[in-house]
Design a protein around this ligand. Sequence first.
Ligand code: CMP
Length: 141
Amino acid sequence: METTLCIIKPDAVKNGFEDKINEKIISSGLKIIKSKKTFLTEEIARDFYKEHASKPFFNELVEFIISGEVVVQVLEGDNAIKSYRSLMGATNPDEAEEGTLRKLFAESLSKNAVHGSDSIDNAKIEIDYFFQENEICSRTR
Ligand code: CMP
């Protein structure tokens, strides 16, 4: 059994897609074992996305993810990381397959509705951000 971090991003929360996204997650066979609504501070967002720090879109990415509430969740299931990434679809919704979360709910490449961990190591790091005793980001709804 594997776990992964899912973030429902500010665009999807603002557009009221939280429940619809979670219905798709559950019907894909994944379990939502933890969930909370929170805000990322700029400091947290810069650290969370630090692997993209040298990219030209980094500032846009940080500004967007702190622009509104997000829902952070831990998903559990067999091959949860791969399975959730496949449910999300391609990063750019224009390239995402029909029926995927990004095809259904994303506005654009930067406002792409959802985030998911990309490896076992990153899933552990990302889950610790939000759901451990010493979690970095603990503000809830
Ligand atoms: P996410 O899966 O959260 O991981 C990093 C994010 O960077 C990605 O989703 C996109 O929202 C964003 N991103 C990737 N490439 C670009 C780009 N070229 N322009 C703007 N945002 C991007």
